[in-house]
Ligand binder design. Structure first.
Ligand SMILES: NC(=O)c1ccc[n+]([C@@H]2O[C@H](COP(=O)([O-])OP(=O)(O)OC[C@H]3O[C@@H](n4cnc5c(N)ncnc54)[C@H](OP(=O)(O)O)[C@@H]3O)[C@@H](O)[C@H]2O)c1
Length: 243
């Protein structure tokens, strides 16, 4: 019997590529999102479309009731907005980003985690932004840092059930989310490359998947600098905002 994967945020970018690649690899794929046209396009490719807003707990519960046990659950849906502190702290923006990236992830976990049994794997897509603080990423970075902690603790608590947990932290990937960025994106990779790295890491049962390697090393190096030096460097290079 073919393996089963459910992917949130499958109507665009990284999630869409993963859905197509798993389907081509012979998996049975459930692809989630809100955009009806793009869900229809997934259905044409043999992917079972699931329509819900991840912030809507009731819609999620109703949807999950019709989904069988899964081998892999990839929580990838996400939203990015940058904060311009010159205009004050935008509490509405902060709430929007935290709600989609963090609170909604909790709703999706509540709905679909019961579909994972011994031998299955949960993967959560965070971001390389959590390696170091980056300008204008107050909301996005905070939401993803919280996802890091959530994922690491889920790994501890799901090990007794035989469920593996993987934290995925991509660098810049060419998607509609990054197409809006008005700053240089070092080491930008294609969705095809991102999907193939993620699939290989998940197949190998890795606890962590982060890429591209050169970019992650740079972030780790900068993240290890004394705060004063990073402040000076960031005022030179990143005053306009980053991932
Ligand atoms: N691209 C990058 O460079 C990069 C880097 C690091 C991390 N990431 C993370 O990778 C993930 C995918 O990013 P991407 O670049 O592929 O973004 P994308 O192309 O903008 O796709 C985002 C996906 O999330 C779904 N989504 C957003 N809000 C939703 C909601 N409330 N309910 C249900 N689905 C929702 C969208 O579905 P609908 O449009 O159908 O609603 C869409 O399928 C995100 O978590 C992002 O933070 C991306």
């Amino acid at each position: 019997m073919s393996k089963r994967v459910l992917i949130t945020g499958a109507t665009s970018g990284i999630g869409r590529q993963l859905a197509l690649d798993y389907q081509r690899a012979g998996w049975q794929v459930w692809g989630c999102g809100r955009d009806a046209t793009r869900l229809g396009e997934l259905a044409e490719q043999g992917i079972t479309p699931l329509s819900f807003d991840a912030r809507d707990r009731a819609a999620l519960a109703a949807t999950a009731a019709n989904v069988p046990d899964l081998d892999l659950l990839i929580l990838n849906a996400g939203h990015c907005e940058y904060m311009d502190l010159a205009q004050g702290f935008d509490g509405e923006l902060f709430a929007r980003v935290i709600e989609t990236n963090l609170i909604a992830t909790g709703h999706v976990l509540a709905a679909f985690l019961p579909r994972l049994t011994a031998g299955a794997r949960l993967a959560i897509v965070s971001s390389s932004v959590t390696w170091l603080p980056l300008s204008r990423a107050e909301a996005y970075g905070a939401s993803k840092a919280a996802l890091d902690y959530l994922t690491e603790t889920l790994r501890l608590d799901l090990q007794a059930k035989g469920i593996g947990v993987t934290l995925i932290r991509p660098g810049f990937v060419q998607t509609p989310l990054t197409a809006k960025n008005d700053f240089p994106m070092p080491c930008l990779v294609s969705v095809e490359a991102a999907s193939s790295t993620i699939m290989a890491g998940l197949a190998a049962g890795h606890h962590h998947i982060h890429f591209p390697r050169r970019f992650i090393w740079l972030l780790r190096l900068l993240g290890g600098l004394p705060v004063g030096i990073w402040l000076r460097l960031s005022s030179l290079f990143v005053s306009k905002g980053r991932p």
